[in-house]
Design a protein around this ligand. Structure first.
Ligand code: ATP
Ligand code: MG
Ligand code: FE
Length: 351
């Protein structure tokens, strides 16, 4: 069922065509250069850029796939969570195509798409735990099928990606900083006592990462020499051992707090494995540590290749096709949901 996926929730414009679970073609335009000047995503600029590049990317996608618009059977689009104006650009584009081509429209949850696209490369087995670690979210789900989810825990404040990016900003590293902290940490030595493992002295499955920012700020007040003079990509070549050790210790603390909550969830739910996705799932230490945790618990561990961890159109098309095959669709009143739950709860009403 040839499915077009459209992703415009944040600062990446992604389009893809998927058929029978296989990627036929994809295009992706990143806005990192536009926003890096401001040290974070500027919503107004993001939506304007989506509007500008979507038609061009669609043309490129058709060329690459050798498909014609009338071959498309389903149009899947991110409806949230994300930046409202950016989501509306994607939804408008999707609705225009659905109306003019007379094809089914389907709104997709960006977070579940992050997690479930893992099935494209590795077959997911249910029930499983799903850990979404991204720029805006840190969610722990019990996933019973492609259509049944239970949110077990979430961050009460900053997302884990936000913690990476905010610490990177304090260090004067370029945006988005997670990848630079990851690189620096590779040559660093972990000091387990440098940072607290956030929000573990409780019995719940929620996370909190804002405190670790304060801990880093306190560390930097004592060690101002580790702050980079200029936010340039090659600034990290000037890194001293202290900043490398700090980054390694920061990642240790963040990953340990994830591990503690995952172990806790495993005591409550009997699952076949753990799926980890979202941009922070590119982090090398996180990937390795969560694989070890799964091995120790005789569980499967599914983590997408890094290219599928960050935002892309493939995940929207992939999940869109699965939902369409199961008979779900939306009508043209489909609205953006910038925050909170999007599926599967409202599908039933709109069928
Ligand atoms: P959301 O999916 O919650 O709406 P988003 O789409 O902006 O947010 P993603 O694109 O999934 O987020 O991920 C971006 C985040 O991933 C950024 O915070 C970035 O710093 C982080 N990130 C990317 N690579 C790495 C890495 N190697 N180590 C740690 N963090 C990383
Ligand atoms: Mg992004
Ligand atoms: Fe995302």
């Amino acid at each position: 069922m040839l499915t077009l996926g459209i992703e415009t929730s944040c600062d990446e414009t992604g389009l893809s065509l998927v058929d029978n679970g296989q990627v036929i073609a994809e295009t992706l335009a990143s806005q990192v250069e536009i926003h890096s000047v401001f040290g974070g995503v500027v919503p107004e600029l993001a939506s304007r850029e989506h509007l500008k590049v979507l038609p061009q990317l669609f043309e490129i996608l058709l060329e690459r796939s050798k498909c014609s618009p009338k071959d498309i059977e389903v149009i899947a689009v991110t409806r949230g969570p994300g930046l409202l104006a950016s989501l509306l650009i994607g939804l408008g584009f999707a609705k225009g195509l659905a109306l003019s081509l007379g094809k089914n429209l389907i709104g997709i949850d960006h977070l579940l798409a992050h997690l479930l696209v893992t099935d494209l490369e590795q077959n997911l087995e249910f029930p499983c735990l799903g850990l979404l670690v991204s720029g805006g979210h840190t969610h722990l789900y019990l996933i019973k099928s492609f259509f049944e989810f239970k949110l077990l825990g979430k961050t009460l404040d900053d997302a884990i990606g936000e913690a990476f990016d905010k610490v990177a900003k304090m260090l004067n590293l370029p945006y988005p900083g997670g990848v630079f902290i990851d690189k620096l940490a590779r040559e660093g030595k972990v000091d387990k006592k440098m940072f607290p493992r956030p929000y573990i002295d409780n019995t719940n499955l929620d996370f909190s990462f804002s405190g670790i920012k304060t801990a880093v700020a306190n560390y930097l007040a004592m060690h101002p020499e580790v702050i980079f003079p200029k936010a340039e990509e090659n600034a990290i070549l000037l890194a001293n051992q202290d900043v490398k050790d700090m980054c390694a210790s920061l990642i240790y603390a963040l990953v340990e707090s994830l591990k503690i909550k995952i172990r806790r969830a495993l005591r409550l739910a009997k699952v076949k494995g753990l799926v980890v996705a979202g941009g922070v799932a590119c982090n090398s230490v996180l990937r390795q540590e969560l694989r070890i945790l799964c091995e120790e618990n005789n569980l499967k561990c599914w983590i997408p290749s890094p290219k599928l961890c960050t935002d892309n159109g493939i995940m929207i098309a992939y999940l869109g096709e699965i939902f369409a095959k199961a008979g779900f669709k939306h009508d043209l009143s489909l609205d953006a949901i910038p925050r909170g739950r999007t599926i599967p709860w409202d599908f039933k009403e709109s069928m």
